[in-house]
Design a protein around this ligand. Structure first.
Ligand code: DX5
Ligand code: ZN
Length: 223
């Protein structure tokens, strides 16, 4: 398994929210072979966000079909209640929304005890300072560049200053991930702001040629 935390490069995560769930195993293999670096798995509860996606049973089903790293993004009101099941199902990393916990530092420490990677994320409307207390305890920070809940939304460049604020405070081995609206025509803005890992859903899965889409995204990052 390629652990993104051990890479210092810029990486592309395929977000399976936009995949065809009727053939999820084949979809995952296609993006792996097409060059995606790891998988981003959106867990939604219909409460923190107005959508329901998938949970531990689906993660458990796809765990044996691939050796890709699973980055679980919990868009749920009770991350501490469900994180153990998410890790048991096969996720290597758990990201919780800062808006859902009283004490972000304590929440990060609790999740770390499960033996997985830990990250914190924040909605576009949430001030970046809210995540500062947890920064010592996370592997990466996910900056949401859309209001979470749905794939295929428009990139919000107004969140980019958060990346610069976070960069100043993170240790060299900590990473910044961005999620939402990242396509071939928006990814360079995220790169210029200092993003390390790019989560892409519709920009990969809604394209007829997934490998071609990933290659194009990588070209945009490196050009
Ligand atoms: C949105 C999810 C994203 C979603 C991104 O709430 O957290 O991971 O899959 O989809 P795109 O890349 O289509 O904006
Ligand atoms: Zn996500």
């Amino acid at each position: 398994m390629n652990d993104p935390r051990k890479s210092s490069g810029q990486l592309i995560a395929a977000s399976i929210l936009s995949a065809d769930f009727a053939k999820l195993g084949a979809e995952i293999e296609e993006v792996r072979a097409g060059g995606a670096d790891f998988l981003h798995i959106d867990v939604m509860d219909g409460h923190f966000v107005p959508n329901i996606s998938l949970g531990p049973p689906v993660i458990e089903s796809i765990r044996p079909v691939t050796d890709m790293f699973f980055d679980a993004h919990l868009m749920i009101s009770e991350p501490l209640r469900y994180a153990p099941a998410i890790v048991k199902a096969g996720a290597q990393s758990v990201t919780f929304q800062v808006e859902t916990v009283d004490d972000p530092a304590q929440a990060a420490r609790e999740i770390r005890k499960l033996g997985c990677g830990v990250a914190i994320t924040l909605n576009p409307a949430t001030a970046v300072e809210k995540v500062f207390p947890a920064l010592d305890f996370v592997d990466f920070v996910l900056v949401m560049s859309v209001v979470p809940g749905f794939g295929g939304q428009k990139f919000m460049p107004q969140v980019l200053p958060k990346v610069r604020e976070l960069k100043k405070r993170l240790r060299p081995e900590q990473r910044i991930e961005m999620d939402g609206g990242i396509h071939a025509d928006t990814i360079a803005q995220a790169r210029d702001a200092g993003v390390d890992w790019f989560v892409v859903g519709s920009g990969i899965f809604d394209q007829p040629d997934r490998a071609g889409a990933i290659a194009e995204l990588r070209r945009k990052i490196t050009s």
